[in-house]
Design a protein around this ligand. Structure first.
Ligand code: AMP
Length: 395
């Protein structure tokens, strides 16, 4: 029986999972991928093999799968049945925040789990849900190797100025730093560049991870130099339900003039702002593109405007720009959004190839474009599988 790695990427209402076979030369081949979505509302379990052929498509009532822990149990039961008892040698998890201590993927024991649970306030939309399946599996299968892979990891080693806020040193030492997120996605892209876009792989590249969460990262010579997210996943670009960069004075105003407490501020910043808050219509770019309401147009205009501003800022952070890479849901699926972003970067010497953009790339700039532009689908799960294999081998 082949050795396998199971990858789990758990969110507030979904669990994505993948199984990889470990080959003779430690190469990893995807054997199946699936997800439980709509946890607590309209749960469904879907999975397909590596060729995209469906393996399961079941729906459940909200009471059957009320939370992520139960969803994880359901995934485990289906995997055991489908894989006929084949047990993964290790399970890799996406974990949003590693704080100042966890700089690289780590095998999780009770102490690690407790330390990661203390970081929940720094990533309330992700960390508790990322950790829940780890806890569930640890309780049921304590000898299973579980590896936490951090979204903050790839950004470790930022130049000091990019790691700081202008606040007293004691707070920095306590861990109040500009960590940056979406690191597994950026690391995957950095690794893919030599193969997909060799001419910029060693140069200065801005990668825009534009999905329901959105951030941008300056990568020079394959290493993260700076990113738009910071201490939490709130900074930088506007997102589905997060406003991104905001004058902290607005928060003081909400506290002093509107009586907001910590929980209300958290709800406001994580759930009530961004594309959803600005448009009053939807957090989904598809809905906004399809709408002729001028609030939808404003929300998209704002999103593109902020991407352009950050592109300029990150190019300045690297003192130059050779290429732009667009990745994640919005970038990978919307030629219109890609075109808008690239057209707005014409001043940097980026010339969009309209036909290549409509065809989906990977290169979407013209041959004579001074700064090239690319669409590269991200694959955070593969990155997690690779890290998990390495940690398991080194145990
Ligand atoms: P992700 O978080 O990377 O899975 O991206 C999810 C987001 O991608 C959704 O919230 C949508 O806003 C966006 N998206 C997905 N498909 C499309 C599309 N065809 N056009 C525009 N946006 C899309």
């Amino acid at each position: 029986m082949a050795d396998t790695i199971l990858v789990v990427n758990a969110g507030s209402s979904s669990i994505k999972f993948c199984v990889y076979h470990i080959g003779a030369t430690s190469d990893l081949s995807l054997t199946l991928k699936g997800q439980v979505s709509g946890v607590g509302t309209r749960p469904s379990l879907r999975a397909s093999d590596a060729g995209g052929r469906p393996l399961v498509d079941e729906t459940f009532s909200a009471t059957e799968i009320p939370d992520v822990a139960v969803a994880m149990g359901r995934v485990g039961a289906w995997l055991r049945e489908h894989l006929a008892g084949e047990v993964p040698v290790a399970i890799g998890h996406r974990v949003a925040h590693g704080g100042p201590t966890y700089r690289a993927p780590v095998s999780v024991d009770n102490d690690t789990l407790a330390a990661l649970e203390r970081l929940v306030p720094l990533a309330p939309m992700h960390q508790p849900y990322n950790l829940r399946p780890i806890r569930t599996i640890q309780e049921r299968f304590p000898s299973t190797v579980q590896v936490a892979c951090f979204d903050t990891g790839f950004h470790q080693g930022h130049p000091d100025v990019a790691d700081r806020f202008a606040i007293p040193e004691t707070l920095y030492q306590e861990g109040v730093r500009r960590y940056g997120f979406h690191g597994l996605s950026y690391e995957y892209i950095a690794r893919a560049l030599p193969r997909v876009a060799p001419e910029i792989a060693q140069g200065s590249v801005v990668v825009a991870h534009l999905g329901s969460g959105a951030s941008m990262c300056a990568i020079k010579g394959g290493r993260s130099m700076d990113s738009t997210m910071a201490f939490t996943g709130l900074d930088g670009l506007p997102m589905g339900t997060r406003c991104g960069q905001i004058d902290p004075g607005v928060l003081l105003y909400l506290v002093s003039e509107k009586g907001y407490g910590a929980k209300e501020l958290e709800r406001f910043l994580y759930h009530e702002t961004g594309l959803h808050g600005l448009s009053g219509i939807s957090n989904d770019v598809r809905d906004l593109l399809a709408s002729d309401d001028q609030r939808a147009r404003l929300a998209l205009d704002y999103f593109v405007y902020r991407v352009e501003r950050e592109l300029g800022a990150l190019a300045a952070a690297m003192q130059g720009l050779d290429g732009v890479v667009l990745t994640a849901g919005i970038s990978e699926n919307s030629p219109e959004m890609r075109a808008r972003i690239c057209r707005g970067a014409a001043w940097l010497g980026l010339k969009l190839d309209e036909a290549a953009n409509r065809a989906g790339g990977p290169r979407i700039s013209t041959r004579d474009s001074k700064v090239s532009a690319w669409v590269i689908p991200t694959d955070e799960e593969r990155m997690i599988a690779e890290h998990t294999l390495k940690v398991w081998r080194e145990q």
